[in-house]
Design a protein around this ligand. Structure first.
Ligand SMILES: *Cc1c(COP(=O)(O)O)cnc(C)c1O
Length: 530
């Protein structure tokens, strides 16, 4: 393809992308194809001779698009959202056109300098204190591929710090801490690095909501569980060296008590690295009214490193995972390996950031461009408006659940996530189901998994109902909407996460309609079967 052919193909591609967005609402949310559909449609070898571009471009439309699950669909409520804006797409296009692996300043000064500036903009927007800004030259921010990479980087560097300070401690004594609600990347990091891991079980650490005595605010790590675990491990000669805590867990949006944990670690175990994974919920820090709930004070005061994914709920196209550290030398001490061919005058003089020493790989994509485009085009205000709008839509959904006779919340809605389940009040009176529930209460405490006393037979029955509900949603309704499931303390729940940029109130209302139709159907089947 030459330059003029590219011009033509490029215009066509943009036109087709616009058409895709115009028709997105009418598309099935989930690809309605069978496994292996594409292999059947494609030849089993690359063509011997190059093909015409038109044929290639048309095959994207006819073969690939039908096999896409549309994460940007207004009725996509599964997992967590994936940020996507036209600003982000254009940035990806430009960065792809410059196509350079920007591993050090000299490899492309603009890539390094823009990242260092834009990460400071983002840090300020989220309210992070100056230590975390690049301009402080103490800590700083770097864009990683994913939250998993950010966490892996933190664990690698924490390990180096620990073994440097304690050269006599054998590798087999090192142990990293996660909780039972930490993202699975914690266990994966431990496996990759051959480390012991201790999972602190927080399933009975119920945090009650401040503004509602009755609603469970989730399962978060507090200081007591941590103390117990540390005491036991230290007595056994173990060397805990990092704790991965979470603000906004994937399961239920729960928040570990960073202020409390951080203060305790700083006082009693200052050598333990505190990494906070705020991959999903971290962007809420942009709004002052959520900073308390998202633990900004604790983060600013205590954490060693913090991860926030802008590619999730932060309007920036995948991938852009922000990692901030309080002290950049913690990264560089562990990761700086400089052979002769990578040495530069500026690097040697320490006058520039060499981002290759801030993450695991050498080459890196020019990701700051999309964050720059997004933050400039939206402004901090536009960014805040978007976050608030998603939370408001989620509150609308939660209010419908609260009023429902057949659904209930399992935890208090967290930011833009609602975890709920089918639990019909009419045919299952709380008094017959849950021995300890107050007779008048239809509230969450009566039935949620927080009540240890939920009758096992009713739990099994409700789980079966909810599995049936989920199954029906996944088999017959994925063209209309998508949500995913989770399990908390043995309770099977459904999760609805708001965040696709095009979701509107009517999409929430439509989802609610579908859920009720399916819920009623599942209940009718259960009753006729009983
Ligand atoms: C999504 C998510 C992750 C994983 O994010 P990746 O960027 O895909 O690695 C980790 N932690 C939390 C809390 C998440 O929500």
């Amino acid at each position: 393809m030459d330059i003029e052919q590219f011009r033509k193909a490029g215009y066509q591609a943009i036109d087709r992308i616009c058409d895709y967005y115009y028709s997105l609402r009418e598309k099935p949310v989930v690809a309605q194809v069978e496994p292996g559909y594409l292999r059947k449609a494609l030849p089993d070898h690359a063509p011997e001779k190059g093909e015409q571009w038109d044929a290639i471009a048309d095959d994207y439309q006819s073969l690939i698009i039908p096999g896409l699950t549309h994460w940007q669909h207004p009725s996509f409520f599964a997992y967590f959202p994936t940020g996507c804006t036209f600003e982000g797409m254009l940035a990806d296009l430009y960065s792809s056109s410059a196509c350079n692996p920007g591993f050090n300043w000299l490899a492309s000064p603009a890539c390094t300098e823009l990242e260092s500036v834009v990460m400071d903009w983002a840090a300020r927007m989220l309210g992070l204190e100056r230590t975390f800004w690049n301009i402080s030259e103490v800590g700083g921010g770097v864009i990683q591929t994913t939250a998993s990479d950010s966490a892996l980087t933190a664990v690698v560097c924490a390990r180096t710090r620990c073994t440097t300070l304690n050269p006599d401690v054998p590798h087999s004594s090192l142990v990293m801490y996660v909780t039972s609600h930490t993202h699975s990347f914690g266990l994966k990091a431990a496996r990759i690095l051959g480390l012991r891991v201790r999972t602190i079980d927080v399933d009975d650490e119920v945090v009650m909501g401040k503004d509602s005595e009755e609603e469970v605010d989730g399962w978060g790590l507090g200081v007591n569980k941590l103390k117990e675990a540390l005491k036991e491990d230290l007595a056994n000669g173990m060397k805990p060296f990092i704790l991965v805590a979470t603000v906004g867990t994937t399961n239920s949006g729960a928040v570990d008590r960073i202020d409390e944990i951080g203060e305790y670690l700083a006082k009693e175990h200052p050598s333990i690295w505190l990494h906070v994974d705020a991959a999903w919920a971290g962007v809420t820090l942009a709004c002052p009214e959520y900073r308390d709930r998202a633990q900004l004070a604790g983060i600013n005061k205590w954490v060693t490193s913090l991860c926030v994914n802008f590619h999730k709920w932060g309007l920036t196209n995948f991938d852009a995972s922000a990692l901030w550290v309080r002290d950049r030398n913690l990264l560089i001490d562990a990761l700086d390996v400089t052979p002769a061919y990578l040495r530069t005058k500026h690097g040697d003089a320490g006058t520039v950031i060499d981002y290759r020493n801030w993450h695991l790989s050498l080459g890196r994509r020019f990701r700051s461009l999309k964050l720059w485009f997004v933050l400039r085009s939206f402004g901090v205000e536009g960014f805040q408006t978007y976050i608030r709008r998603c939370i408001k839509l989620n509150e609308l959904f939660a209010s419908l659940v609260r009023k429902s006779d057949i659904f209930e919340l399992v935890t208090r809605p967290s930011f833009a996530l609602t975890v709920f389940r089918l639990r019909p009040q009419a045919i299952f009176e709380p008094s017959t189901l849950v021995s300890t529930s107050p007779p008048t209460s239809s509230s969450i405490t009566a039935t949620a998994p927080t009540s240890d006393k939920e009758d096992p037979s009713s739990l099994a029955f409700l789980n079966a109902l909810n599995r049936a509900m989920h199954h029906e949603l996944q088999t017959s309704h994925t063209h209309e909407m998508l949500l995913t499931q989770t399990e908390i303390r043995g309770v099977f729940c459904l999760r609805l996460a708001v965040g696709a940029a095009r979701t509107e109130e009517r999409d929430i209302l439509r989802a609610w309609e579908i859920l009720n139709e399916v819920g009623e159907h599942v209940l009718a089947e259960a009753q006729s079967g009983a």
